[in-house]
Unconditional design. Structure first.
Length: 548
């Protein structure tokens, strides 16, 4: 005890300081555990696990050579003053959603813009009706997209992937803490088309904004190589570079109608390209043969009505006595008027159907129209009157009530190129070709080929194609629009090489004038490069030329 009292004063100060510090520590602990314990327990409990959807990229759309025509892109952004400021973008495989920055848009990029916009289609946000009636059997969220038109629509279920999920821990202030786990999204299935994107783009540029269609296909399989409809849409305006002003301009353009795929959803009078069907019907029914001659009188008069040959209308001259080969070569209307008179409408209709007119071709795209091959029953039902001889005359040269699509004309051209075998038109690269004979014998096909070959040589109607080294078989057509304007659609359909065709091509220029003047030079410009004939001259119209 005496020893304690004898401690120096500095030791007493140290002891009391230690007691005081211990008291403060205990008071702090009491405050945290007792006074504020409930507060911090509630705060800890408010840390929560959040599940977020990682959207799956849609599958790519590829051309026959593997070129990527459509792909999904992630675009990252931050919000500044209420606006999205995009930071970067990347393909589906390039981003794994690391860390806390998950502000992004998943968009579709359409590499070939207008040239392929009507084939690929585009995507748009799902509607309430589509959510309730989802054809793919998968529940859709309100912010998901579905296909609109073209391949995007027809193969919507295949292109869709399987969304992923991400579990993250967030604190009470909503700040990212850590990732707890994830299920990666699975990209949708790729769709490979039979199209050649190089030629699709090149031909769209050649058309230069004309209201026109160019279809190229393989006659032996029915596979589409190009399906160009001009003018068209840039599908990026609906997705990747969303542009509401441009979208509105597409919708408001009632003159050019860029949202319409003219190749398969718009109907036209075919004009003289329909004479291929007429020639087949005549030869197969036996009402004519190679030796049958019909005199070109320039004009036929039936009561108050006159039906003239185009050459008579142009120059008041005739072709004299004409057989079937010459009739095709020179596209002689008088011959086909008389042939139609011998056949009658029913046999014409039957052979038109065999060639695919009045029926859908089966192409794997939405909104294809079947067109119309009229007959007596149709006219009585829809026009309230019987069928007249004049109706047969009009039908015989591809006019009157007959309506077809450029795709159907290309398919019918393939029948001759493929020795009487018709193949279902297809835009898928790996699908099996479906082909069958139309029932025409090889002698019939041979005579029609002979006439079409002559049409692309001196003396024929397709004068811009006379200079080719490659032998081309073709048929021109000039079809009255029929709206009182006096304007005509310009047609040319062809295949080459004539003896062993590797390609068929059909060109239609809406209100473009005569087939030989307008459609034929377009065909020539394309085939020059296709057959590697850079020095071949494709002449343009002069007033000295005579064509149909």
């Amino acid at each position: 005890m005496n020893n304690v009292r004898s401690w120096p004063a500095k030791y007493w100060l140290l002891m009391w300081g230690l007691y005081f510090s211990l008291g403060l520590l205990m008071a702090g602990v009491m405050s945290l555990t007792v006074v504020k314990g409930n507060y911090y327990q509630n705060l800890a409990r408010e840390n929560k696990v959040v599940e977020t959807r990682i959207p799956a990229a849609r599958g790519e759309i590829l051309d026959k050579k593997g070129r990527v025509m459509v792909k999904s892109i992630y675009q990252y952004y931050k919000i500044e003053n209420g606006n999205k400021i995009y930071q970067s973008s990347g393909d589906f495989q390039g981003y794994k959603f690391e860390g806390q920055d998950l502000a992004y848009d998943l968009k579709r990029q359409y590499t070939y813009k207008e040239s392929l916009g009507l084939v690929t289609g585009y995507v748009g946000l799902v509607t309430a009706e589509e959510m309730n009636n989802n054809k793919c059997g998968v529940k859709l969220d309100t912010n998901e997209v579905v296909g609109r038109g073209g391949i995007e629509k027809n193969f919507d279920c295949e292109l869709r992937g399987e969304d992923g999920r991400r579990l993250t821990e967030m604190d009470a202030k909503g700040t990212y803490v850590r990732e707890l786990g994830r299920q990666e999204p699975v990209e949708g299935r790729n769709i490979k088309l039979s199209l050649d994107a190089y030629w699709q783009e090149k031909i769209y540029e050649i058309l230069g904004g004309k209201k026109a269609v160019v279809i190229m296909s393989d006659p032996k399989t029915g596979k589409i190589i190009t399906m160009v409809s001009s003018p068209a849409i840039d599908a990026n305006a609906f997705s990747f570079n969303q542009d509401n002003v441009k979208v509105k301009s597409y919708l408001d353009d009632t003159k050019n109608l860029p949202l319409l795929n003219r190749a398969m959803t718009v109907k036209y009078h075919p004009g003289s390209v329909f004479k291929i069907v007429m020639a087949t019907a005549g030869l197969e029914s036996g009402v004519i043969d190679r030796s049958t001659l019909i005199e070109d009188t320039g004009v036929i008069k039936i009561g108050d009505y006159s039906y003239s040959n185009w050459l008579w209308t142009k120059s008041h001259t005739t072709n004299g006595m004409v057989n079937i080969v010459t009739a095709i070569q020179k596209s002689n209307d008088i011959f086909f008027y008389r042939l139609g008179e011998k056949l009658g409408v029913d046999r014409i209709r039957d052979w038109a159907n065999k060639y695919g007119y009045g029926l859908k071709t089966g192409i794997e795209l939405p909104n294809e129209t079947a067109g119309l091959v009229p007959d007596d029953q149709w006219k009585r039902t829809n026009k309230g009157e019987r069928w007249y001889l004049g109706d047969t005359y009009h039908l015989s040269i591809g006019q009157g009530f007959l309506d077809v699509t450029p795709l159907q004309v290309n398919q019918s051209t393939n029948v001759i190129a493929n020795n009487g075998v018709k193949c279902q038109m297809s835009i898928l690269n790996d699908s099996k070709s479906v082909c069958q004979s139309v029932g025409a014998n090889l002698q019939t096909v041979s005579m029609i080929k002979e006439g079409m070959l002559a049409a692309c040589q001196p003396g024929g109607t397709a004068w811009p194609l006379f200079n080719f080294k490659t032998k081309i078989a073709c048929k021109t057509g000039t079809a009255e629009v029929g709206d009182g304007s006096g304007e005509t659609h310009a047609w040319l359909t062809a295949f080459a090489p004539a003896d062993n065709p590797e390609i068929s091509i059909t060109v239609m220029v809406e209100r473009g004038g005569e087939g030989s003047d307008t459609a034929a030079p377009i065909v020539g410009d394309i085939l020059k490069e296709w057959f590697n004939e850079p020095n071949t001259v494709v002449p343009r119209y002069t007033t000295t030329q005579v064509g149909e």
